[in-house]
Design a protein around this ligand. Structure first.
Ligand code: IMP
Ligand code: MG
Length: 335
């Protein structure tokens, strides 16, 4: 498929990074472009036992053959971005949209010190205050920042041109559907809409240019920060089940709850999902760890996947069965 947008179906941290890294390595897109809020999101992927984390670059950085872009709707923390570009030796393949917004020191200070930010449990990355400035039309843009001068360009034009030529483009969303400023659990949400339409808008493509919408769910639900979490487990129970995770950006412990089919249905609706990925199936069903074909799954695990498909009426095309990017069952050709 020429263009696929990947978004989170719950509260972020569904494992989008691993799915995107896999898709990039497997499908070899010519461009991977990141939408979403900005450096408040941390994506992780593991290759050959080494974990890589990105907060600004697309997780498709795992595949060396594609150009890496960041859309106009995304906030840039220049320090974080430049650090990642060095770490991944990616300077010759990164393009930041001229009109991407810039997070400055004062945004981080406000985000870390403000009582309201604390009540919401923000990541402290400065994203909320920077988007507030953007709405006030006083935010600095990437084209105004000297340290980014060699990286900036017209991302929407580059992406649309690539699609005109029939090239494959991977569009990476961040956060999750119920952290959306519009459709999430307001006020315990992030500072922008983060559903599939918003991610497309972030990078400057219209709704008719998307061929596939892949919504990623984890096999259980986690959430960092405040806000409702239905059927939340207490910390000890979460630990016992192996669901107690630590957040990439903030180091905070994530709250946990069982898979929520009602939320999943709503996420399918809000994003118009054409495919679903379910990650960390091996955490629910340890006997499935490292499975790479569907037939290797236990009957319980298959029933879990089939019940999701029955309820959501969308195929589960990708199933994560371990940390490594290749610990995955890819059913895209058989579904
Ligand atoms: P902010 O986006 O830093 O303003 O934080 C608002 C809420 O969204 C907080 O509950 C954060 O923990 C949550 N949040 C923001 N980005 C992510 C993410 O990438 N993963 C998970 N939670 C996030
Ligand atoms: Mg994360």
């Amino acid at each position: 498929m020429p263009s696929t947008v990947i978004v989170g179906g719950f509260f972020g941290d569904e494992g989008k990074g691993k799915i995107i890294a896999y898709l990039a390595l497997k499908d070899k897109p010519s461009i991977a472009v990141r939408g979403g809020v900005g450096p408040n999101a941390g994506h992780t992927f593991t290759i050959d036992g080494r974990a890589y984390k990105v907060r600004m670059l697309p997780s498709a950085v795992a595949y060396k053959g594609c150009r890496l872009m960041i859309g106009a709707g995304v906030l840039i923390d220049p320090d974080v971005l430049l650090h990642e570009i060095r770490e991944f030796d990616a300077s010759d393949r990164v393009v930041v949209d001229n009109q991407a917004g810039i997070i400055e020191e004062r945004h981080k200070e406000i985000d870390r010190a403000g009582e309201h930010s604390k009540a919401i449990g923000t990541t402290g990355s400065g994203s909320g205050p920077a988007n507030a400035d953007r709405a006030s039309r006083i935010l600095k843009l990437a084209k105004d920042v000297e340290s980014l001068a060699r990286l900036t360009g017209d991302v929407s034009m580059l992406v649309n041109d690539a699609l005109d030529k029939g090239e494959h483009v991977l569009i990476e969303g961040t956060q999750g559907t119920f952290l959306s400023l519009y459709h999430g659990t307001y006020p315990f949400v992030t500072s922008k809409d983060v559903t599939a339409s918003a991610i497309c808008s972030d990078i400057g493509i219209g709704p008719k240019r998307v061929d596939d919408v892949l919504v990623v769910f984890k096999a259980y639900v986690t959430r960092v920060g405040s806000g409702m979490l239905e059927d939340e487990l207490d910390r000890e129970e979460a630990r016992r089940r192996g669901w107690l995770e630590v957040a990439t950006v903030t180091g905070r412990e994530r709250r946990a709850a069982p898979f929520n089919i009602r939320l999943a249905k709503r996420a399918v609706m809000l994003n118009s999902a054409t495919q679903i990925a379910v990650t960390k199936l091996d955490v629910l069903f340890p006997e499935c760890k490292h499975a790479r074909v569907y037939e290797q799954l236990s009957n319980d695990a298959k029933r879990f996947i089939e019940s999701i498909e029955d309820e959501l009426k969308v195929n589960v095309t990708l199933i994560g069965t371990g940390e490594d990017v290749y610990d995955i069952i890819d059913r895209r050709l058989t579904c």
